[in-house]
Design a protein around this ligand. Structure first.
Ligand code: NOJ
Length: 591
């Protein structure tokens, strides 16, 4: 158990590992990861050195959006297990010294949720419809949607139902948005938060935390539709009708009272893609307590951008009056960092556009320099892990996995792909959601070196299918054959692998930095524009106060390191002890 896990504020410096359950580990051979798989891999997670796991949704779902379309918030999808499996998993995590965080999806339900079925049955004007956002359409017979808003997954943001009314959905049509002015909706989530807390859950990740409060009534929808889009999530003037509205904070103040009913209080982190200056509002101790800062994930491989991302994160934590910074390089919505850093860096193209274009063209439009991508991803993780606050690691990141761009279109699951239209071309997020490789298959590989298409042994993701007639199904997304080079067993045995770097870095982080209990002190170390260097208070191996430094070289020439002892480096130093390009080092500085 690490020092910070013994206190109520364990989350302030926690390293949280995100599990995308359907792609983590399959124990029953149906090709879909399950809760028992998380339990089975608890020793792996413990050895990795993380403090907590966050599970993406594992609730009953039609999988219109990878589980973010929830049919029942207080149960486990039968394909993933049972509530007993969940309780066993929590017990195993706690025994291993790990906290458990579950995902709450309050902006929308599945269209199969009881609320929505009741809304359809009850008809227009009913109390059941008031739980969602139903409106009459435009045109002589209401045949046109209330306005022209487009959903975030492409296609109209309004869907018509049989009796002619329309309902609003930010995401897929199978994800109707809830009306948070309705008391039943509030009650449903109050119950849900208590339900999972009573089952031993230590915290919550709040999906689309900036989207719940909507004001579609103060002004005609047609007018709003001309002024605002669903896509523009900024709310500088406080008037955006759906994103980052001030009223959303009332909801979280109420939730805080629920979190505080428990001892220790339950933790929450909000997913809010808001401008950095608004992040702290969600992270306030009266509300969720913490918020994701996605600025590192958005930054190209560029010292200036990374520095600004770090500054934003530190500032936002300071403004929140009690929260800590969060550092995110990957999650299940973002092209994997090892690939992002392997592609051309063209900051002007905007958020992940190069990677998304590359994925859209099945990985053929740009050269993916994997050696460079790996080298930079190694450097990035040291830069990130030394920072004050919490770090979120997405499954497979610790193996250095690349994005799988060439999943055949007919195997894709993400709705962004199927909703692709002339105006909205996006192959989606499945490339970072491919089931993990756990063991290196000894099976002879097919001559076609492109894709497995599920004919192989799934690299230990599902139970082996060696016996004739064995039942294991193909992994739900196809694994490429190159996954074998990234299997956890192989990397575990290789001291120079990404996994070994993560393990060592996490161990050192816990001993040197987390153990000080100081999760705010931070100073830049000026080493020129192309170098990101900073210092923090630390404990040396004897437990005496010391000064830690992290140095990352983004430039093209090696740089001399400050005087001190090097603890860890992401690449070999040159013959003169200098830090080469695209590399990081950790040091304890000489007094
Ligand atoms: C954010 C989640 O991370 C993403 O995967 C999902 O599609 C949307 N919210 C909608 O729930």
């Amino acid at each position: 158990m690490t020092a910070n896990n013994t206190r109520d504020d364990w989350w302030k410096q926690a390293v949280v590992y995100q599990v995308y359950p359907r792609s983590f580990k399959d124990t029953d051979g149906d090709g879909i990861g399950d809760i028992a798989g998380v339990t089975e891999k608890m020793p792996y997670l413990q050895a990795l050195g993380v403090d907590a796991i966050w599970l993406s949704p594992f609730y009953p779902s039609e999988l219109a959006d990878g589980g973010y379309d929830v049919i029942d918030y207080r149960d486990v999808d039968p394909r993933l297990g049972t509530m007993d499996d969940f309780d066993r998993m929590v017990a195993a995590a706690h025994k291993a010294g790990l906290k458990v965080i579950v995902d709450i999806v309050p902006n929308h339900t599945s269209d199969r949720h009881r609320f929505f079925r009741e809304a359809l049955e009850a008809g227009r004007g009913s109390a059941a419809r008031d739980r969602y956002i139903f409106r009459e359409g435009r045109g002589e017979h209401g045949e046109l949607p209330p306005n022209d808003w487009q959903s975030l997954f492409g296609g109209p943001a309004w869907q018509r139902v049989d009796d002619g009314q329309w309902y609003f959905h930010i995401f897929a049509a199978e994800q109707p948005d809830l009306n948070w002015k309705n008391p039943d909706v509030r009650e449903e989530f109050d119950r849900t938060l208590r339900f999972w807390s009573d089952h031993g859950t230590d915290g919550f990740r709040i999906d689309v935390a900036h989207g719940l409060a909507k004001d579609f009534d103060s002004r005609p929808l047609g007018e709003l539709g001309r002024e605002y889009t669903v896509q523009d999530q900024s709310n500088h003037d406080g008037r955006n009708p759906m994103w980052d509205r001030p009223e959303v904070h009332e909801i979280y103040k109420e939730w805080r009272a629920i979190f505080d009913e428990y001892d220790p209080p339950r933790f929450a982190v909000g997913e809010a893609w808001v401008v950095p200056e608004h992040q702290h509002l969600y992270a306030s101790p009266d509300e969720l307590g913490q918020v994701f800062n996605f600025e590192l994930a958005k930054a190209d491989w560029d010292a200036g951008r990374m520095r600004a991302a770090i500054e934003d994160g530190l500032e936002s934590a300071e403004r929140s009056g009690g929260s800590t910074s969060t550092w995110v390089m990957n999650n299940h919505d973002i092209p994997r960092s090892a690939t992002r850093y392997a592609l051309p860096q063209v900051p002007a193209r905007g958020k992940h556009r190069i990677a998304k274009d590359w994925i859209l063209r099945d990985g053929k439009s740009y050269y993916e320099d994997r050696t460079l991508g790996t080298r930079r991803a190694r450097a990035a993780v040291l830069m990130e892990m030394g920072l004050p606050g919490s770090v979120y690691v997405y499954q497979g990141e610790e193996l250095g996995l690349f994005e799988v761009a060439d999943i055949p279109w007919d195997r894709l699951e993400d709705p962004t792909a199927s909703r692709t239209s002339r105006n909205f071309a996006d192959k989606g997020r499945d490339g970072c959601r491919v089931p993990l490789p756990w063991v290196t298959s000894d099976e002879p590989q097919p001559a076609d070196w492109n894709m497995d298409f599920g004919q192989g042994e799934s690299f230990g993701f599902s139970p082996a299918r060696k016996a004739e007639g064995s039942a294991s199904a193909d992994p739900h997304l196809p694994q490429p054959l190159w996954f074998k080079d990234f299997a956890a067993d192989r990397e575990s045995a290789d001291g120079s692998s990404m996994l070994s770097l993560y393990r060592t870095a996490l161990r050192q982080r816990a001993k040197l930095l987390t153990a000080t209990g100081d999760y705010t002190s931070f100073d830049w170390l000026g080493m020129g524009h192309d170098v990101i260097a900073y210092t923090r208070p630390a404990l040396d191996p004897d437990g005496s106060p010391a000064t830690f430094a992290s140095v990352t070289n983004f430039g093209s020439v090696p740089v001399a390191l400050p005087k001190g002892s090097v603890l860890l480096a992401s690449a070999e130093l040159d013959a003169d002890g200098r830090l080469p390009r695209d590399a990081s080092a950790w040091l304890l500085l000489d007094e």
